[in-house]
Design a binder for this molecule. Structure first.
Ligand code: AMP
Length: 218
């Protein structure tokens, strides 16, 4: 099952990806996670990406296309994969098509998480992430048992530097301008399925499972 999860920041793509990856045994490929790990490790890629990420701007297309093309060569993608946060521009989508064509492969489905701006802002500004295991919480809607401490591993929780309100608003603007045109791009290819990103995690997971079953992908 080769999937793209498309939608604005705060749509729940990352959360669903983690669940889908566990349930269907396919890797979750998040360009945001790969870039954040590179920043943390002080790699040249991270140094290059950080200034864009801090402002909520997109890292240059050639950089992210290169990352994904390399990652897709890993044998763990044979059975399928979930792309989360990539592609984010038409140029990236074309780059992905080219990379997959070289591997005689293609995308089965693009799931578009249609999400209201109010919900996205609320989720992003309240998000807290575990520094150790990466599990996501929400300050109001899904707080940890002990403030600032991960229920799963005891690690410290933090707020992503780009989850402050000003950067969130810019990320949503960048999404509207540069990423939303991909809805049309994939609609024309006939691979797009629309779901509501406003749904609760469990409800949306059920909707997605049904879509995969109907499409005979699982
Ligand atoms: P995310 O974790 O998906 O919200 O991504 C966090 C940040 O990483 C974005 O605001 C961008 O600066 C950068 N980023 C992640 N994926 C991409 C991409 N496909 N293209 C360009 N920049 C990206």
């Amino acid at each position: 099952m080769k999937l793209i999860l498309l939608g604005p920041p705060g749509a729940g793509k990352g959360t669903q990806s983690v669940e889908l990856s566990k349930s269907y045994g396919i890797p979750h490929i998040s360009t945001g996670d790969i870039l954040r790990e590179s920043v943390k490790a002080g790699l040249p890629l991270g140094l290059k990406a950080k200034s864009y990420m801090d402002k909520g701007e997109l890292v240059p297309d050639e950089v992210v296309i290169g990352i994904v093309a390399e990652r897709l060569k890993n044998p763990d993608t044979k059975k399928g994969f979930i792309l989360d946060g990539f592609p984010r521009t038409v140029k990236q989508a074309v780059g992905l098509d080219e990379a997959l064509a070289k591997m005689l492969s293609g995308i089965d489905l693009v799931i578009y998480f249609q999400t209201s701006t109010k919900v996205a802002i609320e989720r992003l500004t309240g998000r807290r992430v575990c520094k150790n295991c990466g599990f996501n919480y929400h300050a109001k809607n899904m707080p940890p048992r002990k403030e600032g401490v991960c229920d799963k591993c005891g690690g410290p929780l933090y707020q992503r530097p780009d989850d402050n309100e000003a950067t969130v608003l810019n990320r949503l603007k960048v999404y509207e301008e540069q990423t939303k045109p991909l809805v049309d791009y994939y609609m024309k290819k006939g691979t797009l399925k629309k779901v509501s990103g406003d749904l609760q995690v469990g409800e949306l997971f059920k909707v997605l499972s049904q879509i995969f079953a109907e499409a005979k992908l699982a």
